[in-house]
Design a protein around this ligand. Structure first.
Ligand SMILES: [Zn+2]
Length: 498
């Protein structure tokens, strides 16, 4: 089993009703961070040579501290680089966060610069010095999540009020699942603390200093554990972004799992413009098919787009530099965002319930605009295609958190060949007109839902048993199609509204 670290971010908004003192403290802390980071950015840029001498970031941090902070061991910082004189009142953890946030950026700048200097004289412009990271990280000791407080909508943060550092109870609005996530995180932290304690006792008894590989492995969080929050300044106010991390265990690369385990459970999923069709498999056996429709949302989007057209037409030429129909567009964006998450979450929940290890998708091909369509229909179709990419990205994210891998396969011919005999079939509509939702195989007589055909064939692509149609079969099919001039010529994935 291979351990993989996965993460997610919970965004908490500092509520605007936070009293002026709290808002001022947030601003002051923000400014202090800005100055501390600017100080260390300047410091490292003035001592670029040291980066090559000290490759380890932790040692570089110590080096930076001994030369900028007055301590009993190193009473005099480098001339001009005393942080206490330049930016007074930065607490230790905040200072370290500032140094750490600078080190990475300066390191990459230094290596870019070196490469540029070594390049031939016709080299391009010199690399730009790094910009400072605008978002302060609140390491342990600067924030506290008390569950009782949090349920009331508060989070404790140590802030600089302009004179000194003190604790503030900030009102935050959180997504509904945040409280459970923080509670689970506290429980997991406690579990790991106990394991660490047991390990320490065992190590003492056995007289060892180092943990074994298994012991280190046991310390990895299996459930979500909250990391240091980041204070983000947005146009609508302050936000706290709290990253959560955990480790999942994956039984090797997808293809390795396939060759090693003949009864591996996989899902094959065909994303359409208005639905996702998923088939679950155990070895060669199909365990079931699930379809997630979003036809209604598709129709809603098209309606909104028609409204955009009408308004545009009535108000004449759009004003340059001004985004017209702001509300409508934001409605459409929200609609798309919600649909993408809902479809992805449904697929992953289904995959978990079926105990799947791998999900197989098609490579998504770029959108090809159709001819003779109205602007709203064209745009709707384009957005529906784009939505498939969103769904795939979300599924990849959500699935990995559960240790499920996502792979993509070439979609060529998957919707055209018969899932039973692999010869070319055709789509048709049951009542002879409208959207061709059924599939029929002339040679063997198989008939079924056109949407599941691709999901079934995708399984063959995954098994490497897919049979491509021969040249003669392709020609024969083309002739048939030309004679009928009908539904079979429709490319797959068109919205049903039509
Ligand atoms: Zn057939």
């Amino acid at each position: 089993m291979k351990p993989v670290r996965v993460s997610r971010t919970v965004r908490l908004k500092v509520r605007p009703e936070a009293n002026p003192g709290k808002q001022a403290a947030l601003e002051a802390t923000w400014t202090l961070w800005d100055r501390a980071v600017a100080f260390y950015l300047g410091f490292f840029l003035a001592h670029l040579g040291i980066l090559a001498e000290i490759p380890k970031s932790l040692e570089l941090l110590t080096w930076a501290e001994t030369h900028t902070v007055s301590t009993p061991d190193h009473p005099t910082p480098l001339p001009g680089w005393d942080i206490e004189q330049s930016v007074p009142g930065v607490p230790v953890v905040f200072r370290r966060a500032a140094i750490n946030s600078t080190i990475g950026a300066v390191r990459s700048y230094a290596s870019n610069l070196k490469r540029w200097e070594a390049a031939d004289p016709k080299r391009g412009q010199a690399p730009k010095p790094p910009r400072q990271k605008p978002h302060p990280t609140f390491y342990t000791g600067l924030y506290r999540v008390d569950m009782a407080d949090f349920q009331q909508g508060f989070l404790r943060l140590k802030l600089f009020d302009g004179r000194r550092w003190q604790w503030f109870n900030l009102p935050v609005s959180a997504p509904p699942y945040a409280a459970d996530l923080f509670a689970a995180s506290a429980a997991e932290k406690e579990r790991i603390r106990q394991i660490r304690q047991e390990q320490n006792e065992r190590m003492r008894a056995e007289g060892r200093k180092k943990r074994t590989k298994e012991e280190k492995e046991a310390l990895r969080p299996r459930g979500w554990v909250a990391q240091s929050p980041v204070l983000v300044h947005k146009p609508d106010g302050f936000w706290l972004h709290v990253p959560f991390e955990k480790w999942v265990f994956v039984a090797g690369k997808a293809d390795e799992q396939r060759t090693q385990n003949p009864s591996l459970r996989v899902g094959t999923i065909d994303l359409n413009a208005d639905s996702a069709v998923a088939a679950a498999w155990e070895g060669k056996q199909c365990m079931g098919v699930k379809t997630v429709w979003h036809t209604r949302e598709n129709a809603k989007r098209e309606k909104a787009l028609q409204k955009v057209t009408r308004k545009q037409w009535r108000s004449g030429k759009p004003v340059k530099g001004e985004h017209s129909n702001r509300l409508l567009w934001s409605y459409i964006r929200n609609l798309d965002g919600t649909v993408a998450w809902q479809v992805a979450a449904t697929i992953v929940a289904w995959a978990m319930a079926a105990g799947l290890s791998v999900l197989v998708f098609e490579y998504l091909r770029p959108y090809r605009p159709g001819r003779g369509l109205s602007w709203s229909r064209q745009t709707n179709r384009k957005r529906a295609y784009w939505l498939r990419g969103q769904v795939l990205r979300h599924v990849r994210d959500l699935a990995l958190r559960e240790g499920i891998l996502v792979v993509e396969r070439n979609p060529a011919w998957t919707s055209q060949v018969c899932p039973r005999c692999s010869r070319l079939g055709e789509r048709f509509s049951p009542n002879g007109r409208g959207y061709p939702s059924r599939f029929r195989c002339g040679p063997c007589g198989w008939t079924g839902d056109a949407n599941v055909v691709a999901a079934f064939n995708l399984k063959k692509k995954w098994d490497r048993s897919f049979r491509y149609p021969t040249q003669e079969e392709r020609k024969a099919a083309e002739l048939r199609r030309a004679r009928k001039g009908g539904a079979a010529a429709q490319p797959k994935g068109l919205p049903r509204t039509g």
